[in-house]
Design a protein around this ligand. Structure first.
Ligand SMILES: NC(=O)c1ccc[n+]([C@@H]2O[C@H](COP(=O)([O-])OP(=O)(O)OC[C@H]3O[C@@H](n4cnc5c(N)ncnc54)[C@H](OP(=O)(O)O)[C@@H]3O)[C@@H](O)[C@H]2O)c1
Length: 215
């Protein structure tokens, strides 16, 4: 499983108000090529709320992956672009904490909806992966945000961490970072990475780094 994020030089993927347009044109192309190479691309609810992404392949050739939205309490709008299945198939993974009328409205749009049992709306990442496997998904890209990424990193379910460093400083302790949640504590628990490659972006002002997670 691959994570791809674009962060500012001070390590933020969005400002505290949710502004996240950090990528140059070439970084978007890089992301779209990666989308075209995987079976599914996944985002958390807040990314849909703040960015309203389409999650399709538009700046590269290749097929659209299945778009997967993780939203335990179902806070996203039924009109989100990702629910327009004329563009690409979409799978919503939610929980029994989701409002029933909203679930029905999204199903009516042609979205594949899987509702899982949960005490508080949180769905275990392993359960998400099992659901995806049952749908034939073998390769997965997580695009964010920081809370969804943390839930997978916490369980050490990530193979690669790809990050573009973009020439901005955003600042602010409430700005979103690539990995949110409570974080690990001592060095023994940290996720260990191995540098695979790094290159200057064609714009000349960004660096793209690929790390493999050490097992
Ligand atoms: N620069 C970049 O590369 C990049 C990429 C993507 C996003 N972003 C930015 O990141 C920000 C969003 O990040 P974020 O950390 O606030 O939010 P997020 O991770 O996109 O979404 C968090 C929400 O997703 C749902 N969720 C996540 N994991 C879940 C799980 N295991 N089970 C059930 N539900 C789960 C929950 O929604 P419910 O509480 O409703 O259940 C949770 O509140 C936005 O501002 C966006 O612009 C930046």
């Amino acid at each position: 499983m691959i994570i791809f994020v674009t962060m500012s030089a001070d390590g933020k993927i969005a400002s505290r108000t949710g502004e996240s347009r950090l990528s140059c044109y070439y970084d978007k192309v890089r992301l779209h090529k990666l989308r075209a190479s995987v079976d599914a691309v996944m985002v958390g609810a807040n990314t849909v709320v703040k960015d309203n992404p389409e999650l399709t392949v538009r700046l590269a050739s290749g097929r659209n992956p299945i778009r997967v939205v993780i939203d335990g309490k179902l806070v996203v709008s039924t009109n989100a672009k990702v629910f327009d299945v004329s563009k690409a198939p979409t799978l919503l993974i939610t929980s029994n904490k989701a409002p029933e009328d909203k679930v029905k409205a999204i199903i009516a749009k042609g979205v594949d909806v899987v509702t899982l049992e949960s005490k508080d709306g949180f769905i275990e990442p392993n359960t998400i992966l099992n659901t995806l496997h049952s749908k034939g998904v073998k390769t997965l890209l997580i695009e964010g945000g920081g809370n969804l990424i943390w839930s997978f990193i916490k369980e050490k379910l990530v193979d690669e961490f790809r990050v573009t460093i973009s020439p901005y400083i955003i600042g602010g302790k409430e700005a979103t970072t690539p990995v949110e949640g409570e974080g690990f504590t001592d060095i023994n628990s940290w996720l260990k990475l191995e540098l695979i490659s790094y290159r200057t972006c064609m714009c000349g002002n960004e660096i793209h780094i690929i790390y493999r997670v050490k097992t």
